[in-house]
Design a protein around this ligand. Sequence first.
Ligand code: GLC
Length: 474
Amino acid sequence: MNVLYAVGEANPFIATGGLGDVAGSLPQKIKEKLVNCRVVLPFYSDIPDNMRVKAKYITNFTVHLGWRHQYCGLFEAHIDGTIYYLLDNEYYFKRNGIYGHYDDGERFAFFSKAVLEMLQYINFHPDVIHANDWHTALIPTYKKLLYDEIKKYQNIKTVFTIHNIIYQGQFSLNFYTDVIGLRADQVSDLEYHGCINLMKSAIVTADKITTVSPTYSEEILDSYYSNGLDEILKNNVCKLTGIINGIDTDKYNPETDECIFNNYSANDISGKAQNRTALQKLFNLPTDETIPLIGMVSRLVDNKGFDLVREAAEDILCNKSQMIILGTGDTINERFLQDLANRYPGKMAVKIGFFPDIARKIYAGSDLFLMPSKSEPCGLSQMIALRYGTIPIVRETGGLKDTVLDCSYDNGNGFTFKNYNVNDLIKTVRRAEDVYKLKDKWETLVKRALDSNYCWQNSADQYINLYKTLISKN
Ligand code: GLC
């Protein structure tokens, strides 16, 4: 079985968030199970030089996009046994920042069409193309509405994964004629509420739709979570499943991680306390063992729960805990947190920016890890925190609900609350602080977290089964 995994970002080339992490580990796991899985992504100039040099030029071809005829260079890289294709066009991809440009619609329409065109120039014929998020949503769409006219493409199946339904790729109707260039009578598959909606088009045209946790696959059928797409999803619910993400347990391993201050494991957790002290020193916080340290590594946007954090923070700090927060995001949150850190110097520290090394020190050195998200398709940080023996406090939504069980249950591994409400958040932090005081109980929790397993094995099997069911329908 051959699978082509198409994505807007993938480690180890380039990543801005969870999508790049997933694309950096899932295809390898699928490949380890003897499925020939290759990855394709844009050849951004932002990819660091040490990775760019690994890509070797293969050929070039032309991609037609409306009235445009664009050059596409095809490069190939072999990394740890996995083959990556990188699609090059300097006009589209030689920019600072991989997303957020005025013509992102055109850039990713180009990429999506180039992925399908590329199949005529490589010695690899996928049984399944697996597209991810709105950047590649036009792959299933073009495949069904345009490329199925060509025999070579007819047997290819498409899977579309929604990593976050908030970002749908919405453009004016003019984009359809000017850029997408499909027939006028095909617009109904892409049109939604007077706009072109690329995610809608993938939901309608892909053979299977997945999302990154079982709970999120149910939540997005509800208008509270769907950002307007619930009706479309309900009409296509027979194609929809939720498969939880895993994390790269080799990269995130407290026994071997070179970014943290001391290595440790469930057999000897003393190294965790040393990480905590070193982290507190790094952030100029007092090293008092009786005070629980709450960490957060997150995009600083309200959807991740920062409107609740803004309301709850002083309450939390005035009670017992210390807080360390790392991330970038909306100015309102960055300013609020910086101001709070200035007002509570011995209790709260914040660092604005994207610093993967410091993030790992926070995962390892904190006692508790806070994720009060309003919605969370999967969330990887809670699993990474658990991997480092740091106990998550989460709202019961999406993947957070599927991976964290409240301590009031046998085998609980964290603290959870149901409603998106500041009082419930504060109460849950209090519960966590109370358990923190009970040394034995706390140690059991930490060890249980360190023993838990969030590797990809299970999920990779589920994706492979999904691909197999699709292919068997040929
Ligand atoms: C998106 C989601 C996040 C998920 C990640 C990887 O970033 O917001 O919840 O973990 O994609 O699927």
